[in-house]
Design a protein around this ligand. Structure first.
Ligand code: ADP
Length: 471
């Protein structure tokens, strides 16, 4: 029987201990408020318990003890609420509790002239530390209402008829009250200074962490830059190493073809070699642009002649298919003497890419190359390659300019390609201050337009990338 009772007492002690333990929150502000409220409640609980023991020792089981036991239970209840995570609600209840205590004791001890009235200031201080400003305002209004109520109860003589005990107004009581206020104010001051110091420590720790992260990011960036440079160098070396034997293969097959050899295999070797060389050149160009080592060769040339040459280059691709290749030159462009200043080789490369794609993705109809002055900006020419091919779906239209991106469709796979052409074309266009855009409708065809300045724009970026015109 005895052991059962001691086990029960052990359980109760364990539960009380658990309730008294400080809760932990991830949110720093919540943790701060919970810490202060928890500390106050724990101090209050200990004070009540000590008073209870002292009172029991002095007067045995007196009627006043019931109030103390109820207070201890109330404080434990608030601690449980706090542990459940109701931090703000507990803080508010604690503040209201203190406000009630201060004003009821003022009524019982000297009314509006009581020294305990000034403890209302502690209530407001506590509100400022624990709850958001809007609620502090509400607490301040309640405090003023309490002061008015205490004054009214005092002057109306109602305090004499109230059921709680009137404390005798003695100098000793006044001394005790002032000491209590001093202790209370000191505790709040300690909390405020402590909070400030912790905030400074937190700020310093965060600054240190930010600096560390910055250093790590800088180190990672430098490693990434080195890796990028290594990749660019590797691509350049590889492309060079591959091009040399390939040129030999293409050269020899060309010589044999010129000598009158007509084997199909020879044609295939020559075709495959030329295709591979094109791919390697594209990869090399892309890596040069990425590393900022691509130079432009600006020279004067006739856009009419360039357009005619680009069309002639793709003629073989559509020869057997019945697709019509058409050239349209508008306004000043149709004049043989009209010239512009740009990198002829790169403009030709872009047009070839666009025309190759048009030929690849068109089964019937026509392919138009239209060259015209730009109606909106007179300083630009528009090279437009328009086809009646398979078209491009709206949702992938922006992605087709990403390097290596190909529209995922069986028709695209069948037609081959690497997904490099448009990415490279757009990068080259941007280097020349030009813009490459597309309009397309699935199943109806596409129109790619290059908006090229008639003279290169004078920006510091292009200046550095432009090499002197070759002779
Ligand atoms: P590649 O042609 O080598 O696949 P590109 O970068 O030139 O690579 O083109 C990317 C993708 O854009 C192509 O795979 C194709 O799906 C789409 N595309 C490009 N031009 C056309 C066109 N004229 N008509 C339809 N689709 C096109």
């Amino acid at each position: 029987m005895k052991s059962v009772r001691s086990a029960d007492a052990g359980n109760v002690a364990h539960s009380v201990q658990r309730v008294l333990r400080a809760p932990a929150y991830a949110d720093q502000e919540r943790q701060r408020v919970a810490g202060i409220v928890g500390n106050m409640l724990r101090v209050l609980f200990v004070v009540i318990c000590v008073t209870l023991v002292v009172q029991f020792a002095i007067s045995g089981l007196a009627s006043g003890m019931f109030g103390l036991v109820a207070s201890a239970a109330w404080v434990l209840g608030l601690l449980t609420l706090l542990r459940r995570g109701y931090v703000q609600a507990t803080a508010l209840l604690l503040i209201l509790n203190l406000m009630l205590l201060v004003n009821v004791s003022s009524i019982g001890y000297g009314g509006i002239q009581s020294p305990t009235v000034s403890a209302n200031l502690l209530v407001i201080l506590m509100a400022i530390m624990l709850i958001p400003p809007r609620r502090v305002l509400i607490v301040a209004i309640l405090v003023i209402a309490c002061l008015v109520a205490v004054y009214w109860i005092d002057v109306s003589g109602l305090d004499q008829t109230l059921p709680f005990p009137q404390t005798p107004n003695t100098p000793e009581m006044a001394l005790m009250t002032h000491i209590a206020h001093l202790l209370g104010a000191g505790y709040f001051l300690y909390l405020a200074v402590n909070g400030l110091t912790q905030a400074i420590h937190r700020a310093r720790a965060e600054e240190r962490r930010a600096n560390e992260l910055l250093e790590q990011a800088q180190a990672a960036r430098s490693v990434a830059e080195q890796a990028h440079q290594a990749k660019v160098q590797f691509l350049a070396n590889m492309s060079h190493e591959l091009r040399t034997p390939l040129n030999a293969v293409i050269g020899y097959s060309e010589m044999l073809l010129e000598d009158g050899e007509t084997h199909d295999e020879l044609q295939r070797i020559h075709g495959a070699g030329t295709h591979l060389l094109g791919l390697i050149s594209d990869i090399l160009d892309l890596s040069k642009i990425e590393s900022g080592r691509m130079l432009l060769d600006i020279q004067e040339f006739s856009p009419k002649q360039l357009a005619e040459q680009a069309l002639a280059d793709v003629h073989d691709l559509v020869d057997q298919t019945g697709i019509e290749l058409r050239l349209e030159l508008v306004g000043e462009v149709s004049d043989d003497a009209f010239t512009i200043l740009a990198d002829r080789l790169r403009v030709h490369q872009i047009l070839r890419n666009l025309l190759d794609n048009a030929a690849k993705f068109t089964d019937r109809g026509y392919i138009d190359l239209i060259v015209r002055p730009d109606e909106e900006t007179s300083g630009h020419l528009v090279f437009c390659v328009r086809d009646t091919g398979i078209g491009i779906a709206t949702d992938v239209m922006r992605r087709i300019f990403e390097p290596f991106y190909q529209v995922d469709g069986s028709s695209t796979r069948l037609r081959g390609g690497t997904g490099l052409g448009l990415g490279l074309s757009r990068a080259l266009a941007e280097m020349m201050g030009a813009k490459l855009s597309v309009v397309s409708r699935l199943g109806e065809g596409s129109a790619f337009s290059l908006y090229l300045p008639k003279t290169p724009p004078l920006t510091s970026e292009t200046d550095s990338a432009v090499a002197p015109a070759s002779e």
